[in-house]
Ligand binder design. Structure first.
Ligand code: EPZ
Length: 430
């Protein structure tokens, strides 16, 4: 079984390059099948979730050619099916973007019900409501969602909750619907804006992405484009907390500092120094950090995808901190693992009450989901002694070369597979 093995204790120092945004990439990859002309996507992160979505796109006849590790040429001229039931697709959440994309282009689509990280009930009612408002007939049966329409027509849609997935999905379908669509109470996350910019570069007419109201004038067809994905806000944020928790000094390159404001603000509040440049950020921590209160919120609030990383950092900070999770109800599953490392955290409903401790001790732990897994890596990097982390498949869904990037900053860490690898690591690090 693949694991990470980590010897904690080194401050992380140096430079790290952030890759393309996974959650933007998933929307953009799906959107690329909406034209019959070739599309080139640059700065595509090489992570498991994008690989799975590419497989699903190929399963219906899309040709995806890798130009280099982070660039693909996509040709969806020969799509020959509208049903995506590839065994892997259920494992990723973003499979549902193929519904909006295929429905928009062909007026029909059938996709296996989405899976993804188990961080809550994750309903898709707003996606289905949006498709229905555009005139599609939508059915859920035998683990599949089917949507079809004679003709998609623009509509006025009010989202009952702020949802990234439904905002992107409805935007995809509405791009090729006839007439005007207005999405109210839309999600404002940077990746929503990136998908809209990508669609506009293909000839779509989308205005207002990044605000609460997105206005889409349907166009007849989309054309090819070359597009570079924005940097990953959450990968960047994770390295910012890696600097904070290890009392390190990291220059985080290829970022959009504006997307990181809520994260920077909290780090400054708890005692880090942050220097901002055009496309990089330096995070320095020289002393024990202090406590705070934080509540996850839709963008521009503090991201739910950074909740485990900040909670883990606060578990080693001075005093009592309160972390409230308001987006997903099941996102504290890592707390039991942190407790095994010595953290003092009590979870009540959607709130974690954290009493800072002086240190963590290394332990054998498991990643319960993607971001919690990353947070446990941070915990292990600062713990006394050696930790092993299981279920790293979750972490690999969204972090490219995580051990390599951390090792280049001074982490003592390896990906191992066998007991022999573990013994070798232990001998090497002493
Ligand atoms: C996206 O998930 C991201 N995934 C998640 O990232 C991220 O945590 C989340 O947005 C919030 O920012 C992708 O982009 C692939 P939502 P998504 O729809 O779209 C409720 C990561 O670690 N809701 O914004 O599934 C839902 O239950 C992952 O990279 C409905 O009620 O999230 C939640 O409470 C994990 N009905 C809230 O809205 C719906 O139809 C926000 O969910 C849809 C959502």
């Amino acid at each position: 079984m693949e694991q990470y093995i980590i010897k904690g204790g080194n401050p992380l120092v140096g430079e790290v390059e952030i890759g393309g945004a996974k959650n933007a990439a998933l929307g953009i990859l799906a959107a690329s099948v909406m034209t019959s002309e070739p599309v080139i996507i640059e700065n595509l992160p090489d992570v498991r979730d994008t690989a799975v979505l590419i497989q699903a796109m190929e399963s219906v006849g899309t040709i995806v050619e890798r130009i280099d590790r982070h660039t693909v040429r996509i040709n969806a001229a020969g799509i020959n099916g509208y049903t995506i039931d590839d065994g892997y697709i259920k494992k990723i959440r973003a499979s549902y973007y193929m519904l909006g994309a295929l429905l928009g282009r062909f007026n029909k689509a059938e996709v296996a019900l989405p899976g993804g990280c188990n961080i809550g009930s994750r309903p898709i009612d707003q996606h289905l409501k949006g498709f229905r408002a555009l005139g599609a007939k939508v059915e859920v049966s035998r683990g599949m969602i089917g949507a079809s329409a004679d003709n998609l027509t623009g509509s006025h849609i009010y989202m009952d909750v702020v949802t990234v997935g439904a905002t992107i999905n409805v935007m995809l379908a509405a791009t090729l619907a006839s007439g005007k669509t207005i999405i109210e109470n839309a999600a404002k996350e940077p990746h929503v804006v990136d998908v809209a910019n990508f669609l506009n570069s293909m000839g779509a007419n989308i205005k207002g992405a990044g605000t609460d109201v997105i206005r889409i004038k349907g166009v007849e067809k989309l054309h090819g484009t070359t597009y570079s994905i924005i940097p990953d806000q959450i990968e960047a944020g994770t390295f910012m907390f890696a600097a904070a928790i290890t009392k390190g000094d990291i220059m985080i390159k290829n970022v959009i500092p504006k997307h990181l404001e809520s994260i920077s603000a909290k780090l400054i509040e708890i005692g880090c120094q942050i220097e901002e440049f055009d496309d990089c950020l330096r995070v320095v921590a020289t002393k024990r950090l202090s406590n705070t209160q934080v509540k996850t919120l839709p963008y521009p609030g503090f991201p739910t995808d950074m909740q485990p990383q900040i909670a883990t950092t606060l578990a080693l900070s001075e005093g009592t901190s309160i972390v409230t999770e308001s987006i997903f109800e099941n996102r504290f599953k890592y707390v039991g693992e942190l407790q095994r490392m010595g953290a003092n955290i009590k979870v009540e409903g959607n709130t974690a009450i954290i009493e800072g401790v002086d240190s963590f001790s290394g332990a054998g732990i498991s990643a319960p989901d993607l971001r919690a897994g990353a947070a446990l890596v941070l915990a292990a990097l600062v713990a006394d002694g050696i930790s092993t982390i299981d279920d790293i498949k979750y972490i690999e869904r969204g972090y490219e070369d995580f051990p390599e990037k951390l090792s280049a900053l001074g982490a003592v860490m390896e990906k191992v597979e066998t007991d022999r690898d573990i013994q070798k690591f232990k001998l090497k690090v002493g």
